[in-house]
Design a protein around this ligand. Sequence first.
Ligand code: NAG
Ligand code: NAG
Ligand code: NAG
Ligand code: NAG
Ligand code: NAG
Length: 431
Amino acid sequence: MIYITAITFTAWLLTLTVGQNLVLIGGNLRDDNTPVWEKMAKLAGGPNVARIGVISASNANTPEGDRVIGNFARLGVKVISIPVNETRANDSLVVSLVMEQTGIFIVEDSEDKPASFWNRFTSLIRPVDLPGEPPMGVVCYESPSYKRQNLLDALRPSGIDSPVLRAIRSVLKKGGMVAGNAAIMSKSAVIVSGDSISALLTGTRFISSPRVHFSFRKEGGLALLNSDYVIESHLSEKGREVRTIRTLLESNTSRGIGIDENVALVVNNPLSLPVGKVVTALGAKSGVFYVDVSSVPFVSMTNALYENIVFSFFTVDDSLDFTSGKVIYPSWKKSMAGIEEFKSAIPSDDILSLAWPSQWRQTALQLINCNEMNVTSHSPSSIVPLVPGIDIVFDRTGAVGFGAHLPDNFSNIYVISFQGMSASVKVLRIL
Ligand SMILES: *[C@@H]1O[C@H](CO)[C@@H](O)[C@H](O)[C@H]1NC(C)=O
Ligand SMILES: *[C@@H]1O[C@H](CO)[C@@H](O)[C@H](O)[C@H]1NC(C)=O
Ligand SMILES: *[C@@H]1O[C@H](CO)[C@@H](O)[C@H](O)[C@H]1NC(C)=O
Ligand SMILES: *[C@@H]1O[C@H](CO)[C@@H](O)[C@H](O)[C@H]1NC(C)=O
Ligand SMILES: *[C@@H]1O[C@H](CO)[C@@H](O)[C@H](O)[C@H]1NC(C)=O
């Protein structure tokens, strides 16, 4: 028995020299998304070899952690819970437990701390930033923003690695797999709360009263990706494109990525030369938003006028080189130039909508697949809360689209990627 274990362990070390994979999850990862769950299990060594530790900032098991454990256990992977609080993040026993794993999955939804007087008091005057019950059948769902802060404060207080975070990074360095909500993995600013509209209007000359205040953590996230990117999850579904753009401008970071729900970007070599590949559920057209604000002047912020924001969208099997910003498409995707399907673009009249998911993505994908070169969408003004109207123009003059039917035999789904579309965002007036 011991002998066999030694062999599998050596085999693991050998396979892991090609490893080092950080799995950036775009939120609401479904229990039935077999491509992503199987990929994570495989990158951790596969059944019989993989040992996955589920890390949460808590004193005990958490509801989200239990779902993660259930999903890995169903794939025949050994999986345990590793609760970490401020004290345990310094504990050498927890450190050695982490080091014994071939994979780590980090969850945000910890148990609730008993509310202190101050917490109770501020929760009365603070807007509630969260839907009530977490959705069923998914992990990496949205938790209240203080849970994200608790997790980051436990693992990387004031931007300094705890011993347990160092151990997680060494699991990665040895060739293991680390996964979790994409939004906390970067060393750049981590967004804590707010939506696109509140982010756009914060600190501008426009009078407004968005309900949830925009804020981000300057010290960054867990720094498991050694490349300056602001990273978002739930990107298209929650219309977070402008929130990402604003965070980039305000934190002086030029590039950002946003990952759609139930999508993962599997990043090889995250600590040296990261290259990420898009993995989705079967038959999905969702993917990864990429944005570069290096040509947007800083002064645009007070005027809430952002011009020439260059953005791209990548779908299943596309690979992104984080260093160069270059993309490699799989051979089955073909250039769409001259074979666009539609005559006209379709503008959205609620382009940053929280109620109608994926308006930005849908509008951009229609534009790249039609004969027009630009489209002007709108975000409506309102009186309560007081919010001005916003115009957003997409221009595809410099863009290149790649598309194809998925190479499976059942879905007949046409997926589209593109690079180099430009967006201009303009706040119109106070009502
Ligand atoms: C951390 O967790 C341990 C074990 O569950 C517990 O004994 C300890 O009191 C906790 N520390 C804090 C600061 O909550
Ligand atoms: C953890 O260790 C660091 C120094 O390594 C120390 O500054 C910090 O106070 C410790 N935290 C706790 C909760 O023990
Ligand atoms: C922004 O970052 C660049 C380099 O990344 C640096 O040269 C510049 O001074 C920074 N600007 C501010 C305002 O921090
Ligand atoms: C949009 O495209 C049309 C031609 O298709 C062009 O006449 C117009 O100037 C463009 N608008 C903008 C804002 O670029
Ligand atoms: C699709 O069908 C072809 C022939 O019918 C087969 O060779 C191929 O392996 C199938 N592909 C998938 C992904 O099932």
